[in-house]
Write a protein that binds this ligand. Structure first.
Ligand SMILES: [Zn+2]
Ligand SMILES: [Zn+2]
Length: 351
């Protein structure tokens, strides 16, 4: 059990101010695993197990069975359950900040699991002194694993396809260079996009009212929600699964922001989804505008194209009388003209 402000060990201490940083704390701020902590009577040190779902004694205020004095949870001290060292007592520890104790491999998979299945825990357990660099490291690791596994078989196949007079070493070198390029490029681009997304969401949350944590924590929470990208590691199918991961991450972010900033689900949803909607609308407008522009230029610059292609189908007999003018031939490119004109010859004599 550690202080949320400075990681100071709080076992065997009464709730109140942290001796290291002065941050106020109560047992209710933490989640213990049930039966993994015991709470001591302030008068006689008689112990009571933490048995409720939050790992705290029920009721919170009662008469001590040993010394018969009234006691309250806020007067008690907590110790790890007998024969334990308390390292597994907490249910609200962010696994990534425990990686020195758990080991990188285990804490990585626990963090992935947390962001995929219990995203509200991401917001609840995010330490107050989160290091954005460590969140970026996790997110990079996640996306790199996803991209390496999803793209390497494709690159390998493409490489085999273009294998012409190449030696084995050349082929391997080119494959490795391509892989590094693709992985680094998309992983770094991904992190930039996630940071932009998190920043926009934080700005929208701020517009809607108060937020509990600063921008850096919102960004860290966003990066810790990238766990679902691990499923895009399925070889070759990764690009199709990417959309599932993306939606999954958005849902995880909503849950994480609700607990991180103590805001309503609606506010969190608006903050997470609005930037995506804005990007989609902007993309639709750009594509729509581009199509409209190209249509306009087709109408104004090559009206002849419509005449030359439609008249043969409607009335082939009339066509010999109005051969396409030299200017029309110039407008339509040579290739399409060559395809349109030959069928006219055989068709005209039949009629
Ligand atoms: Zn502290
Ligand atoms: Zn007592």
């Amino acid at each position: 059990m550690r202080c949320r402000g400075c990681e100071y060990e709080l076992w065997n201490m009464k709730p109140g101010g942290c001796p290291e940083c002065g941050r106020q704390w109560r047992f209710e701020d933490f989640r213990f695993r049930p039966f993994s902590a015991q709470f001591l009577c302030p008068h006689c040190d008689h112990t009571y197990g933490g048995t409720d779902p939050q790992g705290l004694p029920i009721p919170r205020a009662f008469i001590c069975a040993a010394c018969k004095q009234p006691i309250d949870l806020d007067q008690m001290r907590a110790l790890p359950a007998p024969q334990t060292d308390g390292s597994r007592a907490m249910d609200d520890v962010h696994p990534w900040s425990e990686r020195s104790r758990l080991g990188y491999w285990r804490s990585f998979w626990q963090t992935v699991g947390q962001s995929m299945s219990q995203p509200s825990q991401v917001g609840r357990t995010l330490p107050e002194r989160t290091n954005l660099k460590s969140a970026l490291f996790f997110s990079l690791l996640c996306s790199t694993i996803g991209i390496v596994f999803s793209t390497s078989p494709l690159l390998l196949l493409i490489g085999v396809g273009s294998l012409r007079g190449m030696s084995g070493i050349e082929y391997v070198l080119i494959f490795v260079a391509q892989l590094i390029g693709v992985v680094l490029g998309s992983a770094i681009l991904g992190q930039i996009l996630f940071l932009l997304w998190g920043s926009c969401s934080h700005a929208i949350l701020r517009m809607g009212g108060d937020v509990r944590r600063p921008l850096l924590d919102t960004l860290s929470a966003t990066l810790f929600c990238t766990g679902p990208f691990i499923i895009s590691a399925v070889p070759c199918c990764g690009f199709y699964i990417l959309w599932v991961s993306f939606i999954w991450m958005a849902v995880a972010m909503i849950y994480a922001f609700v607990t991180l900033h103590n805001v309503s689900g609606f506010r969190a949803s608006v903050a997470v989804l609005l930037p995506i909607l804005a990007v989609l609308v902007a993309a639709a407008l750009t594509i729509g505008g581009a199509i409209l522009m190209s249509n306009n230029s087709t109408w104004s610059s090559s009206g002849f194209k419509w005449n030359t292609t439609s008249t043969p189908n409607v009335s082939p007999n009339v066509l010999p009388n109005i051969p396409p003018s030299p200017s029309a031939v110039e407008q339509v490119d040579g290739e399409s003209n060559a395809q349109v004109l030959p069928p006219l010859g055989p068709e005209a004599p039949e009629k």
